[in-house]
Design a protein around this ligand. Structure first.
Ligand SMILES: [Zn+2]
Length: 157
């Protein structure tokens, strides 16, 4: 779904526990919304919406919530003030790959003086994928590697 239909609905938004709220304005800001995960892509285990203090021992970040598969520890964070996941659930290896390659991407963005939107447009073009799919939170290991390779190419140039 491009934008969560609740962003423009009149119904009252009831936040799922433990979220304190779900903001309609925040839903509207998420251009490429992925629905909340219901089953883990790795082990098909149940996915819980948790406060990330359950993961890290203390709350981490401004919107300290995550979807998490307890059996295998795959997880994904949420867009601020929403119940929408940043992408697909990721195991430790994929989380590390996303973080590392996103960092390379941010260096390219800064080097070119790109806005966030310009930078993702550029990356999508380089990778040959639709911009709507160009989110590190959506990437699997192969796409993480591809994004990293594209960004390293620039730094060499
Ligand atoms: Zn799992």
């Amino acid at each position: 779904m491009p934008i969560d239909p609740r962003a423009n609905s009149a119904e009252k938004l009831v936040p799922p526990a433990p979220l304190p709220l779900v903001s309609r304005a925040a839903l509207r800001r998420v251009r490429d919304a992925m629905p909340p995960p219901t089953a883990c892509p790795y082990c098909e285990g149940p996915v819980a919406l948790v406060c990330n203090s359950e993961i890290y021992g203390r709350e981490f970040g401004a919107w300290p919530y995550a979807y998490r598969c307890v059996p295998c520890d795959a997880m994904v964070g949420l867009h601020p003030a929403t119940d929408l996941p940043l992408g697909t659930l990721a195991n430790k290896q994929l989380r590390a790959a996303r973080a590392t390659n996103k960092q390379l991407f941010h260096r390219v963005k800064d080097r070119f003086g790109f806005t966030r939107s310009q930078a993702y447009e550029w990356l999508a073009l380089q990778m040959g994928i639709p911009k709507a799919e160009c989110h590190f939170g959506w990437f699997d290991l192969a796409r993480c590697a591809q994004a990293g390779a594209v960004c390293k190419e620039v730094r060499r140039g």
